[in-house]
Design a protein around this ligand. Structure first.
Ligand code: ADP
Ligand code: MG
Length: 515
């Protein structure tokens, strides 16, 4: 995980006219215009107004490529989608420009050169790179453009007697082919062949036509890919739209920047907006966007595929919906934890694959992970007992196993440990639930033993203390074998009785440890 600095403090939203939709990255500046009837009739004023409107519709978005996320003023957000797409294009152009620079640097004066063409984001036909920039021309009055070449009429020949020319005539046919180039997709550049008296043979024309069609399809495919895959660096246009809407609705005040980009999610910081009747929005929020790249979640599908809560739905879903289920799982698990009083982020809202929760930290600074803080030995011991307690509560009261518990997913805030990142958490009766619990115990045990907490139980003792089971094996291999046997027993029970055992623990609740 690499953290990126958070953007500067949120600008306060000044009062604005009612029609003005709110800008997520700050309040836009607008000045009101007063005018008389004479002004209204003035052509000059009309032009000025139009210019202003155009400027507002196409704001300067260059800054977006440099900042951690999006900032800017005077952005008209009335067309969210357009704005989002424009921003994406700007990102892509910036990326392409960088590629061109690298290409130049690597190739130098060498006769043999390499090309990064395949890595470009913006398709050549979309590109308006400054290198081949031409001023816009009104082609209706293009002085260099000759009239269209004449072709044979429908009846297939012109002329009379021996001067007859049929449609098979080489010259006529060549001209006709040239004229037909106009039917290619508009972005296919045919040069000024149409204007010159160019005669294309059938063979050349057919090859060109084939190329034009495959380019058209390639371009469409590229567009589609850009739309549907989540960008590695930031988020895709659809996600941006969701974020914009949260700000426009007033639920969030400002999204200030990205606090974490991981393999599976991107987390943003935001200032909470206005409370509604049903909801109190925390002053600071964390927005977890689950990435919709498909290769990562593949590795994790064992968590969700075998979770009976999601099992029936899993098989019927497309990958995009499965990603949403990760977000949904995190929301449900957080809610269970919240109800049990375990310190964890409080869920604000879930929209598709975007989960908004309360922010653990202050003034845009996220609380440090346990691995990044140096605690006094007293605090370390306190943290250990707290975690032991939380693991037991999680197991007993929430009926959950964290399944990714380590010093990376525990934050130190307000003198205590907060649990985060519970999208992969499962119930203990999950076919691998106890194995996940054992792994969690190993991480916790090792961290605190290395951290000098003499009281820290070893992983096997911790496992028994959390689960209330009494596995007696005194070495790891046997211990794990017993765990797997228990899991198997539970699966057999499912096969025979059609339902899971409600818990593994048969001899009452695990003892609650405290300092
Ligand atoms: P991942 O699956 O990418 O590890 P996490 O839920 O662990 O996702 O979030 C990644 C990072 O984002 C965390 O390590 C933490 O620094 C930060 N983070 C996540 N949620 C919050 C939150 N509610 N408050 C503060 N920081 C958070
Ligand atoms: Mg994490």
């Amino acid at each position: 995980m690499d953290s990126v600095g958070v953007a500067a403090a949120a600008p306060d939203a000044g009062p604005g006219p009612a029609w003005q939709s709110k800008c997520p990255w700050g309040a836009p500046n607008t000045t009101s215009i007063s005018c008389s009837l004479a002004d209204v009739m003035s052509e000059q004023l009309a032009k000025e107004l139009q210019l202003e409107e155009e400027n507002a519709a196409f704001p300067e978005v260059v800054a977006a490529a440099e900042g951690p996320f999006i900032t800017g003023e005077n952005i008209d957000t009335s067309s969210d989608l357009m704005l989002a797409q424009m921003l994406q294009m700007e990102f892509d152009k910036e990326y392409d420009a960088q590629l061109r620079r690298e290409e130049k640097k690597i190739n130098g004066d060498s006769k043999v050169s390499i090309s990064f063409e395949n890595y470009r984001k913006v398709h050549p036909y979309d590109s308006d790179s400054s290198e081949d920039e031409v001023d816009w021309q009104d082609t209706r009055h293009d002085p260099y453009r000759a009239d269209k070449p004449t072709t044979t009429p429908r009846r297939g020949f012109i002329g009379k007697g021996k001067d007859i020319t049929t449609k098979h005539d080489e010259v006529v046919c060549g001209r006709k082919n040239t004229a037909r180039m106009e039917n290619f997709a508009p972005e296919f550049q045919v040069g000024d062949g149409i204007g010159m008296d160019l005669k294309l043979s059938n063979q050349v024309f057919n090859a060109l036509k084939q190329h034009a069609y495959s380019e058209e399809r390639r371009s469409a495919r590229l567009h589609e890919k850009k739309e549907h895959s989540t960008a590695e660096k930031a988020v895709d246009p659809k996600t941006r739209l969701l974020l914009y809407k949260m700000v426009n609705s007033g639920m969030l005040e400002t999204i200030t920047g990205c606090i974490s980009t991981g393999k599976e999610s991107v987390v943003f910081h935001a200032y909470g907006g206005n409370a509604t009747e049903e909801k109190v929005i925390p002053p600071e929020c964390a927005i977890k966007v689950f990435k919709t790249t498909l290769n990562e979640f593949k590795n994790r599908d064992k968590y969700i595929k075998d979770d009976y809560r999601f099992k029936d739905r899993f098989s019927k879903l497309n990958p995009r919906k499965i990603i949403r289920m990760w977000a949904e799982k995190e929301m449900h698990n957080l809610t269970r934890m919240q109800n049990a009083g375990i310190p964890c982020p409080q869920v604000v809202i879930l929209k598709k694959h975007v989960l908004v929760m309360s922010f653990i930290g202050q003034d845009q600074v996220p609380a440090p992970k346990l691995k990044d803080v140096t605690l006094s030995s007293e605090d370390m011991k306190k943290a250990y007992y707290q975690i032991l307690n939380m693991m037991q509560q999680l197991y007993k009261e929430c009926n959950l196993v964290h399944a990714d518990l380590s010093e990376y997913n525990m934050l130190w805030h307000d003198g205590k440990v907060w649990l985060i990142d519970v999208s992969q958490s499962v119930e203990p009766t999950h076919p691998h639930g106890l194995e996940f619990l054992f792994r969690d115990c190993r991480n916790v045990s090792q961290f605190f033993q290395k951290g000098g907490v003499a009281e820290a139980l070893n992983e096997r003792e911790l496992f028994n203390a959390v689960s209330g089971l009494n596995i007696t094996a005194d070495n790891e291999v046997d211990f794990q074998a017993e765990i797997e046997a228990l899991e198997k027993m539970n699966e057999d029970h499912v096969q025979n009785h059609g339902k899971k055992l409600s818990t593994f623990s048969s001899d009452g609740d695990p003892p609650i440890y405290d300092e």
